[in-house]
Design a protein around this ligand. Structure first.
Ligand code: PEP
Length: 284
């Protein structure tokens, strides 16, 4: 992925008709956690209406408390995939926390006739789960969204990503999602999107930013714009190639991370901000 930059492997890959490269941009707006078929359908319908073919949907949720909702797991996969097919979604970013989850996803895709594709997400809590990384690296079916560890150095995270490549899977996107500093940050995490060009310089991976888990609130800046929008545009201006962002049709009913979810009616403005920031980046 770049630790051994001794050859000229490409800085892009294609999966299910979608290109992931250091030179383009894909938006993955969606639910942090799958809850009801109604909410999933509302989300996917809105995405189709706005020309989007990617989304994020969490079925397996790594939670701080064992008593918190853990995700619907494999039970929701068939109907989530069928709804994705119905609305033309080509790639769903979906976190897995155990090797069996990749098998369950593969099985559910087969059962439903492969109506969509899945990008396996390795969350920040598993950045250095080397055994999981080796297993995910050995499978070639799915590309991977690999998130930076929130409390380790960038170099440690980049080395951890190499576990995927060392086992053969080079279809990896590197995700920035903010860092924990324990310094009383005004956001959920310290936004680290200035590292987009650094990761692009050091590796071949396209770089994702996750403004939802970085900012973590719906606070508004003095100019009236949500701080999540500002962080998103900062990421895009820095050259981000993918945006992972939480939306929810009814955030107060969301089972995970409702307070950081954007509203469905905010989707058009969000996409417009992304387009404008990308145009500005490309002009430079
Ligand atoms: C998520 O994207 O749902 C998530 C839990 O992210 P992170 O691993 O960055 O906390």
């Amino acid at each position: 992925l770049g630790r051994h930059k001794d050859d000229h492997r490409p800085t892009h890959f294609e999966y299910n008709g979608v290109r992931f490269g250091q030179d383009n941009l894909n938006v993955f707006a969606g639910l942090c956690a799958v809850d009801t078929p109604e909410h999933v359908e509302m989300m996917m319908k809105a995405l189709q209406e706005h020309g989007q073919v990617c989304t994020r949907m969490g079925a397996y949720k790594p939670r701080t408390s064992p008593y918190a909702f853990q995700g619907h797991g494999k039970d929701c996969l068939p109907w989530v995939f069928e709804l994705a097919g119905k609305y033309g979604i080509k790639v769903i970013a979906m976190e897995i926390t155990h090797e069996s989850h990749a098998d369950e996803i593969l099985e559910a895709l087969k059962q439903t006739g492969n109506p969509t594709g899945v990008m396996l997400q390795i969350g920040t809590r598993n950045t250095q789960n080397f055994e999981l990384l080796k297993i995910v690296g050995r499978q070639r079916e799915f590309p991977v969204l690999f998130k930076r560890g929130f409390g380790i150095t960038l170099d440690e995270s980049l080395n951890a990503a190499e576990y995927l490549a060392s086992e053969g899977n080079r279809n990896v996107v590197f995700g920035l999602r903010g860092m924990k500093t324990n310094m009383g940050d005004p956001h959920r995490n310290l936004v680290d999107f200035a590292h987009v060009p650094v990761v692009k310089r050091l590796t071949r991976m396209p770089v994702c930013v996750d403004p939802s888990h970085s900012v973590g609130t719906r606070n508004r800046a003095p100019d009236g714009l949500l701080e999540i929008f500002h962080a998103t545009m900062q990421g895009v201006i820095a050259g981000a190639n993918m945006i992972l962002v939480d939306f929810h049709p009814a955030p107060t009913k969301a089972l995970v991370d409702g307070p950081q979810a954007l509203l469905m009616e905010e989707l058009p403005l969000f996409l417009e901000c992304v387009r404008n920031a990308r145009e500005a980046y490309e002009k430079n």
